[in-house]
Write a protein that binds this ligand. Structure first.
Ligand code: VG1
Ligand code: CO
Length: 543
């Protein structure tokens, strides 16, 4: 067999972050860089001989090239079969489902999610294990360890494989099945939600707009919303995936999804709006002139889960990432469920779902999902909302206000300071940490500080411990100020400042979040010396 062993030198920067290895395309284009990492993955995941690998990505620049390299390396390393999306396309949640459904050993997902794409922007690669979820920290650590000593990799010598139609081919002893990227996923959605009720909604006066942001969700949203559910053609905007996402930043939030925001805030706005990100795992939910925060969305899906057939038998529990607001905790308490608090990143939810402890999970960063896969799932969240709207026959705004009236409102905001000098960013967090001994008992922004700590997570299933997951200042009334450094950026550091304050009084539920949190924002700035140390006088993005 034409298997070539290529000698190489290790790189020292192949440490996976919050969600896989993300770097500038230019870094991935360095000789042997991608191959080294893929071989380090293969060397760290155990015996996969003759097993199945799932492969696909969000279609961004370098996707096609990387797919060819990985197919040839998978063949040389002894995989028996690869399931690859047609044209190398698989959204992140679809890939997770394909891994589970076809009992694959694991999968490689090529994406840098919401980060911009193109020759001068970002690429990424992530390994998911057989449960369909991102590799846990012990596994990513061993990949990193391996990458620092790697001296050779194996690649099968053959021509590139054309991936433009559903069919089967072989290279060496390995079978390649080119699969329809949408089919399995669409079938799964149909099994969870009441498609008849949603179809009736979408064909009887209710209007919606979905923005795929020129990224991977386009074909999925068109097939499901316009195809299966009868929404008018044109409901899905920017639905043709492009290698550079049309120069945009496919991050579904009020800043980057401004095109959709303008539609939903116009005089003749539709009833419902939604957007997804580069790889299809995030979601933004809008009503007519109304924004639903991701933390509230998680809580509302939980409180209304019985509307959807797939969740009618009840929820096992709920989990949220630590910086996500405690809105879901209140719902869990009312429903007699446990709400777990994990570090940022979807990899921490997998064990809880596998152990049957949670059904719904969410992150403040526009990520929501459930145990139907082991990734967050953008279109799933949109369909869940549509199912609730079809059952309740009320507006998005009404549903959210009712929710606040019943549970209280967790005012919430995240301020991102992007592209800050790494040392300065570390100094900001350290400055807060240095005050841990003095802060408790002090009154700040009219609230008494209860506890300060670096968030540490002990996984209740396997006992593994994750340190340094965010600097927290927790107040007696449940308010919180949290500082964290991003683990997905590719240049400099991003400081994330998370702010939360609970308001039970319905008369106080009408404020703008920035106004409601103004004293907390000022206090966070003062206690961290954020402006002085970072040299920035305002955040890059506010969500
Ligand atoms: C960010 C979000 C986190 C999310 C991660 C991956 O990480 O905060 O909640 O899980 O992105 O999402 P960080 O380390 O930059 O804060 V995605 O849609 O990029 O796969
Ligand atoms: Co994403």
């Amino acid at each position: 067999m034409p298997i070539n062993t290529v000698f190489t030198q290790p790189f020292d920067d192949q440490k996976p972050g919050t969600s896989g290895l993300r770097k500038k395309v230019k870094v991935f284009q360095k000789q042997h860089y991608l191959e080294n990492f893929v071989q380090s993955v293969f060397d760290s995941i155990g015996d996969f001989s003759r097993q199945t690998l799932v492969l696909g990505g969000d279609g961004r620049y370098y996707n096609q090239h990387a797919i060819q390299i990985i197919l040839k390396m998978a063949a040389a390393n002894g995989f028996g079969r690869v399931l690859v999306g047609r044209n190398g396309i698989l959204s992140t949640p679809a890939a997770s489902h394909v891994i589970r459904k076809h009992k694959a050993f694991g999968g490689l997902i090529l994406s840098a999610s919401h980060n911009p794409a193109g020759p001068d922007d970002d690429f990424g690669i992530k390994y998911n294990i057989s449960n369909g979820g991102p590799a846990p920290e012990q596994v990513t650590e061993s990949m990193f360890t391996r990458s620092k000593v790697i001296s050779e990799y194996k690649v099968f010598e053959c021509d590139d494989i054309i991936l433009d139609e559903v069919k089967e081919i072989s290279i060496g002893d390995m079978r390649i099945e080119i699969i329809d990227p949408v089919a399995d996923y669409a079938e799964l959605m149909q099994s969870l939600f009441d498609f008849d009720a949603i179809r009736a909604l979408l064909t009887h006066g209710f209007s919606m707009a979905f923005d795929a942001m020129h990224a991977v969700t386009g074909p999925y949203a068109k097939a499901i919303l316009e195809g299966m559910l009868g929404a008018p053609v044109g409901t899905v905007k920017n639905g043709v995936p492009q290698e550079d996402f049309a120069g945009g930043h496919p991050d579904p939030n009020l800043t980057y999804a401004h095109e959709l925001v303008e539609i939903l805030y116009a005089e003749d706005a539709p009833d419902f709006g939604a957007a997804s990100d580069g790889d299809g795992d995030r979601n933004m939910i809008l009503g007519r002139r109304f924004f639903v925060t991701p933390s509230d969305s998680l809580a509302i899906l939980a409180a209304n889960a019985e509307c959807a057939p797939g969740y009618r038998d009840g929820l096992a529990g709920i989990a949220r990432s630590m910086p996500t607001s405690a809105a879901a905790d209140r719902v869990a308490e009312a429903m007699g469920l446990t709400c777990y608090e994990t570090p940022t990143g979807w990899k921490f939810f997998g064990n809880l779902m596998d152990a049957g402890k949670v059904t719904l999970c969410g992150e403040e960063s526009f990520g929501t999902g459930s145990s139907h896969v082991r990734e967050k799932d953008g279109l799933w969240a949109v369909l869940f909302w549509l199912n609730i709207l079809a059952v309740r026959q009320e507006s998005v705004e009404h549903i959210v206000r009712e929710h606040w009236r019943q549970f209280g409102r967790n005012y919430y905001s995240r301020h991102d300071y992007e592209g800050v000098d790494s040392k300065a960013a570390a100094a900001v967090l350290q400055h807060v940490r240095d005050q841990f001994p003095q802060l408790p008992g002090q009154t700040i922004a009219g609230r008494v500080v209860a506890v300060c700590d670096d968030f540490v997570y002990t996984d209740p299933v396997d006992g593994s411990v994750s340190l340094d997951q965010g600097v927290r200042v927790l107040f007696e009334d449940g308010s919180r100020i949290i500082f964290r450094l991003s683990g997905t950026g590719t240049s400099g550091a991003t400081i994330r400042l998370y702010l939360e304050s609970y308001e039970a009084d319905e008369a106080m539920h009408n404020m703008d979040a920035q106004d409601a949190l103004a004293d907390m924002i000022a206090a966070a700035g003062a206690m961290s010396r954020l402006r002085e140390l970072s040299g920035r006088d305002r955040p890059t993005v506010i969500t």
